[in-house]
Design a protein around this ligand. Structure first.
Ligand code: NAD
Length: 298
């Protein structure tokens, strides 16, 4: 199966690398110089070259605006899409936009699968990502071998948009737990508590969460796990969540905290760094607090 890949950044680059390492030739497109080569893919000149050659195209783009430009824009993938083309959107994107694109590709005899990704850069490298998919299940089954080169768990949640919906719900909880744990760890430091001991307490108690279990054990040793989701993208995900819940008629009573926290991080200079840096942003406005003794670069 000929594979195209559009968007070869932190996640896309690593996912494409899993595909090429497994022996699947990939044609890649990203305006960032050298990104296709780094992923072991052949660089495509433009989207037309991707659309002309591929039966399966992966997208890993910042947001729905970029996805719509790539798929629906002039010279975009839909222009040349024919029956039998499957596009898998690995971006975290707005479910209503996803459903609209899926209907347009469906009308041309193709399939658009949304596949929210969880696990971050490290899981992408190890091929242990979780995928939350929506769209035609038979189309999903046909490309399962390709998906399994980079994903360990593949959930099918329903029709178009269902995967992106689940992804927004999950990411909101990730945002809440990371922002709240950051605040608590900074407060613990100012209260004179040892960060390692406090973390042990939290992980043995009812405050345990993904951030206490998987992020802070590294952060308290000065390793921020760079390479993962930035504060800019985290803020985008929370805004998408708020929009989605407004469409669903559900109040977003808990969105203000993480929105303020990651917005603060972005505005204090951590916008393009991993969202775990939110702990430094909170530490900055708490008087220059760090929850570790010294930073490690790896
Ligand atoms: P990134 O910014 O590192 O990569 C995005 C890539 O898209 C960049 O290389 C950029 O040059 C490229 N791009 C932008 N517009 C383009 C266009 N019109 N045509 C072709 N390429 C274009 O972002 P990322 O961290 O890799 O995230 C990608 C998506 O995956 C986002 O939607 C993000 O929310 C989601 N996501 C990220 C993580 C993570 O841990 N980083 C985890 C799960 C999901």
């Amino acid at each position: 199966m000929s594979i195209g890949f559009v968007g070869l950044g932190n996640m896309g680059g690593r996912i494409a690398r899993r595909l090429t390492d497994a022996g699947h030739p990939v044609l890649g497109y990203d305006p960032a110089p050298g990104s296709a080569e780094r992923a072991g893919a052949s660089p495509a000149r433009d989207l037309a070259e991707i659309a002309a050659g591929a039966e399966l195209i992966f997208l890993s783009l910042p947001d729905s605006r970029a996805v719509e430009a790539v798929v629906l824009g002039e010279g975009g993938l839909l222009d040349q899409a024919g029956a039998g083309l499957t596009i898998v959107d690995l971006s975290t994107a707005a479910p209503d936009s996803t459903r609209r694109i899926a209907a347009l590709l469906d009308a041309k005899g193709g399939h658009y699968l949304d596949a929210g990704v969880s696990g971050g850069a490290a899981a992408a490298e190890k091929g242990t990502l979780t995928l939350m998919t929506g769209g035609d299940q038979e189309a999903l089954e046909r490309i399962r071998p390709q998906l399994e080169t980079f994903a360990k768990k593949i959930f099918h949640l329903g029709g178009p948009g269902a995967g992106h919906s689940a992804k927004l719900l999950n990411n909101f909880l990730n945002a809440v737990s990371l922002a709240a744990t950051s605040e608590v760890m900074v407060a613990g430091r100012k209260a004179g508590l040892d960060p390692h001991t406090l973390l042990d307490v939290l992980n043995s108690s009812s405050g345990a969460n993904w951030a206490t279990a998987n992020r802070f054990p590294h952060i308290v040793d000065g390793d921020y796990l760079e390479g993962g989701l930035t504060s800019t993208l985290m803020t985008k995900d929370i805004v998408l969540y708020v929009d989605h819940l407004r469409d669903l008629g559900v109040p977003t009573l808990n969105a203000a905290g993480p929105l303020a926290s990651f917005g603060l991080a972005a505005n204090l200079g951590y916008a393009d760094q991993i969202s775990n840096r939110v702990v430094d942003a909170i530490g900055d406005i708490a008087g220059g607090v760090r929850v570790h003794e010294g930073e490690r670069t790896q």
